[in-house]
Design a protein around this ligand. Structure first.
Ligand SMILES: *Cc1c(COP(=O)(O)O)cnc(C)c1O
Length: 440
């Protein structure tokens, strides 16, 4: 019996080795990856448990709201009485434990969702406060930190920022001082994005929200939840956030949403946002869905599992490159708050080789050779690797890095753990082939 089992497994292993060879992965790299993976068992069990809980949470919300075939219909024109859209928004609201939600293909991307939430809830004379350092790059133009046409600043909304303490924690004394009578909204970004600060846990965010609400309970607390959904069993809305905002071509779209963003929160805050998403008077009552409902539902249903695969890929990448002596954030043992993995290569050739490996592992455009280019809005060249079914989707396997010291790469996604693993193995293979890394 044991003998048969053993032979069966070894045959599959052999076939796997063979197909990896066809994909351009050498036996040395496969073995190295397997050794690293063997040390991650416990962490993977934890991700499995979180994903199982979140899968049930989403399923329960779908059952409770009686999702039916009727929900998958397509509305056109004004999109009045789009039953599928309205039910989906209830499913999101129940999953995030909020009063209301907007989940729309009208929302072009994460930045747009964040901008709608800000513009909808701030008025001239109000002040926006970022109590945890600089917000995401693209928000600089929304807020007017960098001069920009149509920014909040042009509409008379002022802005303040409190830096994090050197150890990456909140500077509560300075936050208390920064809260003024005109402070109306506090924006907290969960994920580090393209910074090297740590990402915040939902628990930490909850503490910060409690601190703000203790000073002034009427201040709106909004969380940029991009890349954070389903990484934990709780979301920022479970710890007091009035608004949580994110992109559907990241975690909650489950890789299937072809476009879109969401805003979940209190009825009043979501309604305010809706008057900016469409216009005053119309709000959430209009907005045709043109047939995307089914992908939104199915993607949201799969999202906990897809996020889990991306998390396993991130930890695997962390462990592989950490073992080779590269600084990694987070390291392979830290708890995860988002799906992003930063690796510091300290050398442009290594950064470029890594990105070429990720690109070569893609299901789409795998034959394309990514090159550094001068991207608008950046002060150095940037290299990007993405071979995605949905343009720019970063829940799919992707990586990018600016070509400047310290030559960081930011890696994320992978619709399956197996694919994320292949991406990392392929990156390692290219680094080895070019003599940039030697396996111990
Ligand atoms: C991706 C992201 C955004 C929004 O980016 P888009 O490219 O506009 O979707 C905002 N904040 C964070 C932290 C992000 O990761």
């Amino acid at each position: 019996m044991q003998g048969i089992e053993y032979r069966k497994e070894s045959r599959e292993k052999r076939m796997l080795r063979e197909i990896y060879r066809e994909l351009g992965i050498s036996p040395e790299v496969i073995d190295y990856g397997a050794k690293i993976e063997a040390g991650l068992k416990e962490r993977f069990v934890h991700f499995d448990e979180v994903a199982e809980y979140n899968q049930m949470k989403v399923l329960l919300a779908m059952q409770k709201n009686k999702v039916s075939e009727e929900c998958f219909g397509a509305s056109s024109g004004y999109g009045y009485n789009d039953y599928g859209r309205e039910t989906l928004e209830k499913v999101y609201a129940d999953t995030f434990h909020t009063e209301a939600a907007l989940v729309r293909p009208l929302i072009a991307c994460g930045t747009h969702a964040l901008a709608i939430a800000l513009f909808g809830n701030l008025r001239p004379g109000d002040e926006l406060l970022c109590p945890a350092g600089k917000p995401y790059d693209t928000l600089e133009e929304v807020i007017g930190i960098r001069p920009s046409k149509g920014s909040l600043k042009e509409y008379g909304v002022t802005y303040r920022q409190v830096e994090l303490l050197p150890d990456g924690t909140f500077d509560y004394d300075s936050i208390r001082q920064a809260i003024r009578p005109q402070t109306r909204l506090v924006e907290i970004q969960r994920s580090k994005g393209y910074l090297t600060r740590p990402s915040f846990s939902v628990k930490q965010i909850g503490e910060l929200i409690r601190f703000v609400k203790d000073i002034r309970p009427d201040i709106i607390c909004m969380v940029d939840n991009c890349y954070g959904e389903f990484v934990d069993t709780i979301e920022p809305s479970d710890v007091g956030a009035d608004l949580v905002v994110g992109s559907l071509i990241k975690n909650p779209g489950g890789g299937l949403a072809p476009i879109g963003g969401y805003i979940a929160g209190t009825k009043e805050c979501v309604e305010n946002a809706s008057y900016r998403m469409t216009c005053p008077g119309l709000g959430m009552e209009v907005g045709a869905t043109l047939g995307v409902n089914r992908s939104f539902y199915q993607g949201f249903f799969l999202a906990p599992m897809i996020t889990k695969g991306a998390l396993k890929g991130a930890v695997f990448a962390s462990a592989v490159y950490e073992s080779l002596g590269f600084p990694v954030v987070p390291d392979s043992k830290e708890p995860r708050q988002d799906i992003i993995q930063a690796i510091t290569f300290g050398d442009p050739d290594k950064l470029i080789a890594f990105c070429k490996g990720i690109q070569a592992a893609a299901p789409v455009d795998s034959y394309v050779d990514p090159e550094p280019w001068d991207m608008p809005g950046y002060d150095s060249q940037v290299i990007m690797a993405a071979g995605a079914f949905v343009q720019g989707s970063s829940i799919e396997l992707s990586a990018d890095g600016p070509l400047k010291e310290p030559y960081n790469v930011y890696f994320q996604g992978g619709l399956t753990w197996e694919h994320a693993r292949l991406g990392i193995l392929k990156s390692l293979e290219i680094l080895c082939q070019r003599g940039l890394v030697r396996l111990p």
